[in-house]
Design a protein around this ligand. Structure first.
Ligand code: ADP
Length: 263
């Protein structure tokens, strides 16, 4: 095979990988879309009611309180829209220093309604606020996937714990997403990162698992020179542990195509 043919195949492969990433991202947005729409409905109802009350009332204190509620609801709507837009945007794939606590918050804004709807309590533990060189939208995608998987594993409620800390000795940030769900069969632990491995049956809307979520997550984390692993106890719950380097590695890792050009 000529180097040119290999080069073409390399860039086709990269293009397919990018498409897969985008498709997986849209599928995770789809999983929370209806809860986000409901949340907007609630915000709108609150805005309409407080506006009407404020217009009717002659009491200045009461009007101020109503205006305060209107302001808070509008700010919440703006936060949700910004998170959604940030996530859906086909942004650059450049790594930039980003506060991981901020990324986590943006994903939790999108998912908290969905968690609440499924009687899932959130336990957020931020030990410190590391900044790491990441492609923000990709790490958000990983967190969203893990949170959706966790929610799906807790069919009758439970607790989702998200933890963020710095491990200075290893120069990494650690993010742990744990649930108190049904856990993973020991036999399946080795397979869950394989593309197309799923235990989720198609439901009435044909919305079963694709088995692509975790394989894309692992690919994203490895593209950041990070590590991702799982611990699970059947019937008790599952934890996904992600480690991300705090320092950008020298761009020694040429892309596949670039490496081939030098052959
Ligand atoms: P999908 O969600 O489409 O099935 P994933 O690659 O995200 O694809 O997950 C693969 C499989 O890993 C799931 O079908 C499920 O069996 C298992 N899994 C992932 N996350 C969890 C979790 N938090 N608890 C239990 N099982 C999980």
């Amino acid at each position: 095979m000529s180097p040119n043919t290999i080069l073409e195949q390399g860039s086709e492969f990269e293009a397919l990988k990018a498409q897969l990433l985008q498709a997986q991202k849209l599928s995770s947005v789809g999983a929370i879309a209806s809860s986000v729409a409901h949340e907007f409905n609630n915000i709108l109802t609150s805005l309409l009611n407080y506006t009407k009350l404020a217009m009717k009332s002659q009491d200045e204190d009461f009007r101020n309180q109503a205006l305060d509620k209107i302001l808070k609801s509008s700010q919440r709507a703006a936060t949700i829209v910004n998170s959604m837009l940030g996530f859906a945007r086909k942004s650059s794939v450049k790594k930039e220093p980003v506060s991981l606590a901020k990324l986590l918050d943006e994903v939790l804004v999108l998912t908290e309604k969905d968690l609440h709807k499924h009687q899932i309590k959130l336990n957020k533990i931020i030990h410190d606020e590391p900044t790491a060189p990441v492609v923000a939208v990709h790490i958000e995608q990983v967190l969203l996937n893990l949170i959706i998987n966790a929610r799906q594993a807790m069919k009758s409620g439970g607790t989702l714990k998200v933890e963020l800390k710095t491990c200075p000795e290893q120069e990494v940030a650690e993010i742990i997403v744990s649930d108190t769900g049904h856990g993973i069969q020991p036999d399946n632990l080795r397979k869950i990162f394989d593309p197309f491995f799923t235990t989720k049956d198609p439901d009435n809307n044909n919305q079963g698992g694709t088995g692509l979520g975790l394989s894309v997550c692992r690919q994203i984390i490895e593209n950041h020179q990070g590590r991702m692993r799982v611990e699970s106890i059947l019937g008790k719950g599952t934890s996904f542990i992600i480690k991300l380097p705090l320092k950008a590695e020298e761009e020694t890792q040429n892309t596949f195509a670039e490496t081939l050009k030098t052959l």
